[in-house]
Design a protein around this ligand. Structure first.
Ligand code: EAX
Length: 323
């Protein structure tokens, strides 16, 4: 009798111990290198989740599109084969159409404006739009302002873009806008871009300095123009069912960890924007840093009229008017 009690007592203790140390591992991925503004975002997130859940949750990070490009990783999150992803907003409208408005060219004045919109009511309302689609959107972060690179010529004005074949993201707003600028658009997943540039399948691409540097596009592109034509948001997305399974305290831990990741991400984008031109020039790129943006805005008049019709002028103005 005594012995039985001992056995029961021991198994109970072992069971409790097992529960106390049980660790759940979740995957998160990015399409760019670890040494980047996105790498620091997910590495910070992983560290913060582990810290805030006392190690009960471990985040396994995958870099360089090793789990697929952004569209694929978001799809995996929606299906639940991967719990988390960090992605640009590029392919997101294919899942959550409401986000399309964020990628309208020349919508944001600067990063401070974009960050204020995303962290304010407009951005926060948009996070809720992910839920009916099977996602929990944890926090906004960013790539930064996108600029154009190519292997053919200096781009000072829209006329210089005529006939350039450029890789674009799989985003309908980008594709419409770049066509409007005279570019021959080739939508392609990010992991294929370096090779496409190297082999001349496309002449150019557009991305923020953070991405251009971490992807080493300077090795395959000669001309960079600081067009800043589109602000590129990023987002931490999680499979909704996986999020819903968390305790209330762990839910908060995941959201706060994502906010910390976003903070580290934005600080790195600022740093890359501050150093990027000098670094890329040192690596041999020709950088046009006095692009006449008004000419690009003017070239987009027709396209922008279409966007105003599609998204509603009031909605665009609501974003533009955020101080
Ligand atoms: O998020 O596809 C792109 O050009 C993105 O900007 C890149 O994957 C980083």
């Amino acid at each position: 009798m005594k012995f039985n009690k001992l056995i029961i007592g021991m198994s109970l203790t072992m069971g409790l111990l097992a529960t106390a140390t049980a660790q759940t591992t979740m995957k998160i991925s990015i399409s760019v290198a670890q040494n980047s503004h996105q790498g620091i975002a997910i590495d910070t997130f992983a560290k913060e989740v582990e810290k805030r859940t006392a190690g009960r949750y471990k985040i396994q990070a995958f870099y360089n599109g090793s789990l697929g490009g952004e569209r694929e990783s978001i799809e995996s999150v929606q299906l639940g084969t991967q719990e988390l992803a960090f992605s640009s907003s590029g392919p997101v409208p294919n899942f959550v159409p409401e986000t399309k408005i964020l990628d309208v060219p020349f919508l944001f004045r600067d990063k401070a404006h974009a960050r204020a919109v995303l962290d304010g009511p407009i951005g926060q309302d948009m996070l809720a739009k992910f839920e009916p689609k099977g996602f929990k959107a944890l926090a906004w972060a960013e790539n930064g302002f996108r600029h154009m690179t190519n292997s053919k010529r200096d781009v000072n004005a829209p006329a210089d873009l005529k006939g350039l074949k450029m890789r674009t993201m799989e985003n309908p707003v980008h594709i419409a806008a770049y066509k409007g600028l005279g570019i021959i658009t080739t939508p392609m997943a990010f992991p294929e871009v370096f090779t496409a540039l190297q082999q001349g399948t496309v002449d150019g691409q557009e991305n923020p300095l953070s991405v251009i540097m971490s992807a080493k596009f300077d090795q395959v592109q000669k001309h960079l123009s600081l067009t800043g034509h589109v602000y590129s948001p990023c987002i931490f997305v999680m499979n909704k069912a996986a999020f819903d399974k968390l305790s209330a305290a762990d839910k908060t831990a995941f959201v706060e960890a994502a906010k910390e990741g976003a903070k580290a991400n934005r600080a790195r984008v600022d740093q890359d924007d501050a150093n990027g031109v000098k670094e890329l020039r040192a690596k041999g790129m020709t950088v046009i840093d006095n692009v006449d943006k008004a000419k690009f805005v003017a070239a987009l008049t027709t396209v922008n009229a279409g966007f105003e019709k599609d998204f509603g002028k009031a909605n665009l103005d609501r974003i533009r008017n955020v101080k």
